[in-house]
Design a protein around this ligand. Structure first.
Ligand SMILES: [Mg+2]
Length: 306
C-alpha cells in the first residue's frame, strides 16, 4: 500500500545563494527544524536537486552563471523536479522581478533584508501545503479496488524512471503480469469473487517486493505492471519468478485453469537506456514477452528477446 507522506519526517530544504554569509544566516535559522542543504551556484543547485529531491528550495535570484530565474525555469521544465516548491529570496525589491519569479512558477517571493520569523512561517506554510498536495495526489492515484497504484501513476512513473535511468546510466526493468483465464474465473465464480481475487493478487505482488523503489501498478483489468529501477535482467527475472511462485502459493482455486489454481503469465524487459530511449522501448517488448508466455502455455515467465 502507498505510504502517505508523514509530517513526522524532517523536511529537507535546499538553500541556493552565491553569498556564503547569506547561506550561513539561513542555515542557522532553519537547521533546528529542517535538514538543510546548500548550493553556491545555479549549476550546483540543479545537480543537488536531482540527486536529493528537497521538499522546498530557497533560491537567490542574483548569481553569476546560471541565475535564479534560469535555475527555476530548468527545474519547472523537468518532470522529476517540477513539483518542488521554490521561494525566491532576493535583494531586488522591484515588483517586475517579483512578477517574473512568480510567472516562472515560484510559489513565493521574499525580499532581503528579511525577518527570520516571517521566513520561517512562510516555509512552514508552504511545506504544509505541499504535504496536502502530495496526499491528494496519492489518494487520486490509488486504484480503488486493489489499493496499489493505478494506471495513471504508472504512466507518470515510467516516464520519470526512464528519465532518471538515462541520466544515471542505469538499467530499468519492467514486469508485465496477467492473471491466466481471468474471464473464466469471473464467469465461474462471479464478479465479487473476481474482485477478491484481484485484491489478493495485487497485495501479494506488492508484499513480494523487497526494495522501496520497486512499484506495483494495476495496469488494466486483470493486468499488473511492476517497475524495477536500477535492476538488470537477472535481477528482474528473479523478481518475476518469485512473483510467479507467491501467486501459486496463494492456492486460489480456479477450476477453469490448467493448474486448477490462479496463476500468472509474465513478460519481463530490461532497458539499458540511451539518450533517445522511449517508454515504448520498455513497454512493447515486455508486452510481447507476456503474450509469448500466454502462447507457450501460461503460468510462466518470458524475457523480451530483442
Ligand atoms: Mg546573490
Amino acid at each position: 500500500m502507498i505510504e502517505l507522506s508523514s509530517p513526522a519526517i524532517r523536511a529537507t530544504i535546499l538553500v541556493v545563494d552565491d553569498n556564503l554569509s547569506n547561506i550561513e544566516v539561513i542555515y542557522e535559522m532553519l537547521t533546528p527544524t529542517y535538514e538543510v542543504l546548500f548550493a553556491t551556484s545555479g549549476l550546483e543547485a540543479l545537480e543537488l536537486t536531482v540527486a536529493t529531491h528537497p521538499d522546498l528550495i530557497l533560491l537567490d535570484v542574483m548569481m553569476p552563471g546560471l541565475n535564479g530565474y534560469e535555475v527555476c525555469r530548468h527545474l519547472k521544465a523537468d518532470i522529476v523536479t517540477q513539483h518542488i516548491p521554490i521561494i525566491f529570496i532576493t535583494a531586488v525589491g522591484q515588483t517586475d522581478s517579483e512578477e517574473k519569479g512568480l510567472k516562472l512558477g515560484a510559489i513565493d517571493y521574499i525580499a532581503k533584508p528579511f525577518s527570520p520569523a516571517v521566513v520561517k512561517a512562510r516555509i512552514a506554510n508552504h511545506l504544509e501545503l505541499k504535504r496536502y498536495r502530495d496526499l491528494l495526489a496519492d489518494l487520486a492515484w490509488v486504484d480503488g479496488l486493489t489499493g496499489v497504484r493505478n494506471r495513471r501513476q504508472f504512466d507518470d512513473f515510467i516516464e520519470r524512471e526512464l528519465r532518471t535511468a538515462v541520466r544515471a546510466d542505469r538499467p530499468l526493468s519492467l514486469i508485465m503480469l496477467d492473471i491466466d483465464y481471468f474471464k473464466h474465473y469471473n464467469d465461474h465464480y462471479g464478479h465479487l469473487m473476481g474482485d477478491d481475487c484481484l485484491k489478493k493478487v495485487a497485495q501479494t505482488l506488492e508484499s513480494s517486493l523487497c526494495r522501496s523503489a520497486d512499484m506495483i501498478f494495476r495496469y488494466g483489468g486483470e493486468e499488473f505492471a511492476c517497475l524495477l529501477p536500477e535492476t538488470n535482467a537477472a535481477g528482474a527475472m528473479a523478481v518475476a519468478n518469485r512473483m510467479l511462485d507467491v501467486i501459486q502459493t496463494l492456492n486460489i482455486e480456479h477450476v477453469n485453469s490448467a493448474k486448477k489454481i490462479v496463476t500468472l503469465s509474465i513478460g519481463v524487459c530490461t532497458l539499458i537506456p540511451q539518450q533517445r530511449s522511449k517508454i515504448e522501448n520498455l513497454i512493447v517488448p515486455a508486452d510481447k514477452a507476456l503474450y509469448r508466455a500466454k502462447e507457450l502455455g501460461r503460468n510462466r515467465v518470458e524475457f523480451a528477446d530483442e
